[in-house]
Ligand binder design. Structure first.
Ligand SMILES: *Cc1c(COP(=O)(O)O)cnc(C)c1O
Length: 429
């Protein structure tokens, strides 16, 4: 890494993890469109395979373009190392993989992205893992939900889509007392607004599909490890603290110290599960990250204007933007995300489900898609789309009941966004 924690955040966005290409001097990280990388000789190959030397072997593990993105993300989140994956959901599974085993559980917030609720409540059961869902505003309930089989606690920094800001230091204290890592999904906030490791998180997962790439071109995810968790402190994490048979008995935590989780992710997780990011995706994400601060500042400025206007509209029952003083989460901004509450929020419409559907269909500038964090403004009605699989109780808990529409505010002229919302609200009522 040519640039690290010594520089300011905006400098790291442009420089961290990259340097002019040693072969050609190319200033943008080239797309290393190669599945494999030649060994200098048999000894070099042996060292790479024994993890005695770091280098490139085969792109399922890592690739120079992906490596640059991993290093940039580690710098931006203030961690020791990072593992890039094919999507945000892949990053979530890959974060749990070294920690979990059949019979083990993860304690998770009820306020999560709809896809994460499905992943945790349904799909992980196939591995013999389970998730216990708790209201993370009730810290006693979070502590009470942890038991001897708990191997991680999982929440979002700013939860999608309801504008909940999690009290990360309070949750981190519970994780510390339990001796398990806190994993924070930082997708809605991005490291521009919130750096969860500074609040006690062990692992940070980001869907790079959203604000980090920022232009709706590629899916991807990254896990950043703080490098500070002591995997040897208990017998809870044998993948990291016990000899690994597939690496001649190597003990990751002993041999690799603060890089143990990262190297396990690459050398075991990606090697055997194969949820790898491709170099072209990594290239687009590196380009997007260069302008993250400029875009996020504008997303926040626009969201504040639009949410403030919507709050005064006669057709709107509620606006759940934590940037508004009326939000019960507003007071947490000062510690968790002082630069703003992001660009995402929900509105509850008078007129319920039918008004929501008409409203979405009447918008002209906002695009109706299952995505967020794009430069363009986006809208979705979670109850009929992304959150369709959820029960009415789960919809309520996730902040997405039938009368609620989610807005992802883009970087356009806010006057145009307000005018579009105004005409669609009138048409829906
Ligand atoms: C989109 C999203 C995910 C999943 O990411 P993918 O890249 O779509 O797999 C996870 N968490 C949050 C908060 C998201 O917005």
């Amino acid at each position: 890494m040519t640039d690290g924690p010594n520089h300011g955040f905006d400098t790291m966005l442009v420089h961290a993890g990259t340097e002019p290409d040693p072969a050609t001097g190319a200033v943008q990280v080239p797309i290393y469109q190669s599945t494999s990388f030649a060994f200098r000789d048999a000894e070099h190959a042996a060292k790479l395979f024994n993890l005695e030397e770091v280098g490139f072997i085969y792109s399922r593990l890592t690739n120079p373009t992906v490596w640059a993105l991993q290093n940039r993300m580690a710098a931006l989140e203030g961690g020791a190392g990072a593992v890039a994956c094919s999507s945000g959901h892949a990053a979530q599974l890959m974060a749990l993989f070294p920690l979990m085993a059949p019979g083990r559980n993860v304690v998770v917030s009820t306020r999560l992205y709809g896809g994460s609720i499905t992943q945790f409540s349904q799909t992980i059961k196939r591995f013999g893992w389970s998730a216990t869902f708790v209201d993370f505003d009730d810290t006693d309930a979070v502590a009470a939900a942890c038991d001897d089989d708990t191997r991680a606690i999982f929440c979002e920094s700013i939860a999608n889509p309801g504008g909940y800001i999690t009290d990360l230091p309070a949750i981190a204290a519970i994780a510390d007392a339990q001796g398990v890592p806190l994993i924070v999904d930082n997708t809605s906030a991005t490291p521009y607004l919130c750096r969860p490791i500074e609040h006690g998180a062990t692992l940070v997962v980001n869907s790079t599909t959203k604000y980090l790439t920022g232009n709706g071109t590629v899916t991807g995810g990254v896990i950043v490890d703080s490098g500070t968790f002591d995997w040897m402190a208990s017998d809870k994490f044998p993948s990291l603290s016990q000899p690994e048979p597939a690496y001649h008995g190597l003990v990751f935590a002993e041999a690799l110290g603060p890089m143990a989780f990262t190297f396990h992710g690459i050398a075991v997780g990606l090697r055997d599960l194969g949820m790898t990011m491709n170099p072209q995706g990594a290239h687009y994400t590196l380009l997007g990250i260069e302008t993250l601060s400029l875009r996020m500042a504008r997303h926040v400025e626009n969201a504040e204007k639009v949410a403030g206007w919507l709050e005064g509209n006669e057709h709107v029952d509620a606006v759940t933007y934590a940037g508004l003083e009326s939000s019960p989460y507003h007071h947490r901004m000062a510690t968790i995300c002082p630069k703003g509450a992001g660009g995402l929020f929900t509105i509850a419409l008078k007129g319920g489900y039918d008004a929501c559907v008409k409203f979405v269909d009447s918008l002209e500038l906002f695009t109706h898609v299952a995505n967020l964090g794009d430069t363009r403004s986006l809208v979705i009605h979670p109850a009929s789309t992304t959150h369709r699989q959820l029960s009415p109780e789960q919809l309520e808990a996730a902040g997405a009941p039938a009368n609620v529409v989610r807005l992802s505010i883009g970087i356009e002229d806010p006057k145009d966004l307000i005018a579009d919302l105004e005409q669609a609200l009138a048409a829906a009522h």
